[in-house]
Ligand binder design. Structure first.
Ligand code: PHE
Length: 352
């Protein structure tokens, strides 16, 4: 991993802000990738990292992804990400205080960056951040007046994306009889499994967390050993765990026709898009397919939509993917490159 300084020097985004919380020793990183289309927005990821550089690197990549996904979905917002890098042996009792100080920082920044939940944070955490950080906080609980957790909306969007991928790969969007392997049974994987089984798909699931797995295993759902995920026959592979699942080591092993899942930053490096293409595996770019959570939050909390109206917009994720597949074909590039081209055209045509 390069040094923090090298990461900051080489990043193409607008701002890297690093704040150390003296009470806990946690580092708060706010990475603003682009404010071109509007207020930079993105979730806050809260976890322990091996080093500050790892945390900054994650914030940079996730913030870039937010710019791409919001632009691609036609939402007038820029991309950013918050990362709270916890110290080792973090005392859970210190959590509310840390979140309130994070909220105060957001408030001080005055709308420079607005946030919502991500891995390691929930709608209840957003309530706490909003105590000091409102109005710059999305996805508070319904009781607190928010649009609540993003997992279910992200999952429904991913489901529409999987249908679009099936249509492309097999000629029909129907999931009946298709085998879908879901990697990760967390806040997105769990509701996604529900949609898939209702649609008649055969679901295989894996998770390193036994408890998460137990919560989704029921009759008809087969468990796959985490080690065997990349070597298992399936029609669609749906990565819904942490990033980097698709890399130089795993792509040659894949035994699926398409990859379409909810995780952020699924490709370890940009070259991995070419590796998938060379193997004839259709890839639904992560930032195109996993916008559902942020989309519903933005539409409900900033554009006055009802939940029903916001959720109806999730179907547009299928249209976006169809467009990406078409551009990839027409321009002879990977689906990832096609999606980036569409984003660049949007950003170039922006009002700023
Ligand atoms: N976890 C969401 C994502 O990665 C983050 C988000 C939630 C962003 C709500 C904006 C509003 O897309």
């Amino acid at each position: 991993m390069p040094s923090v300084e090298a990461l900051v020097e080489s990043w193409e985004g607008e701002t890297t802000l690093i704040h150390r919380d003296p009470t806990t020793g946690a580092h708060i990183i706010i990475a603003v990738h682009s404010s071109r289309l509007g207020t930079p927005s993105g979730g806050t990821r809260m976890k322990h990292y091996a080093s500050l550089a790892e945390a900054v690197h994650d914030a940079h990549n996730l913030a870039r992804g937010m710019t791409h996904k919001l632009a691609l979905a036609g939402l007038q917002r820029g991309g950013g990400k918050g990362v709270i890098a916890l110290p080792t042996a973090f005392d859970p009792a210190a959590r509310p205080g840390l979140l309130r100080r994070y909220g105060a920082l957001l408030k001080q920044l005055g709308g420079f960056f607005e946030t919502g939940p991500d891995v390691g944070t929930s709608d209840r955490d957003m309530d706490v951040i909003a105590e000091t950080g409102a109005p710059h906080v999305f996805c508070r609980t319904v009781e607190a007046g928010g649009s609540c957790d993003t997992g279910p909306a992200t999952a429904l969007g991913v489901f529409y994306g999987i249908q679009a991928a099936c249509e492309r790969a097999f000629g029909a969007p129907a999931l009946k009889g298709r085998i879908v392997l879901v990697q990760g049974a967390g806040s997105v994987g769990r509701p996604l499994i529900g949609h898939l089984t209702t649609a008649g798909a055969t679901v295989l699931v894996s998770d390193v967390d036994e408890q998460a797995l137990a919560a989704v295993l029921r009759e008809g759902i087969e468990r796959i050993d985490p080690e065997a995920v990349f070597d298992t026959d399936c029609d669609i592979f749906a990565p819904c765990a942490l990033g980097g699942a698709l890399n130089r080591e795993t792509i040659p092993r894949l035994r699926c026709r398409a990859v379409a899942g909810g995780a952020n930053n699924q490709l370890a490096t940009p070259d991995d898009a070419e590796r998938l293409r060379a193997r004839g595996i259709l890839y639904a770019p992560d930032f195109a397919i996993n916008i559902g959570g942020a989309m519903v939050a933005v539409l409900m909390e900033r554009e006055g939509h009802s939940r029903a109206a916001a959720e109806a917009r999730l179907e547009s994720i299928g249209d976006t993917l169809r467009r990406i597949f078409q551009v990839a074909d027409e321009e002879g590039v990977s689906t990832e490159a096609a999606a980036r081209r569409i984003v660049e055209r949007r950003l170039a045509g922006s009002r700023v």
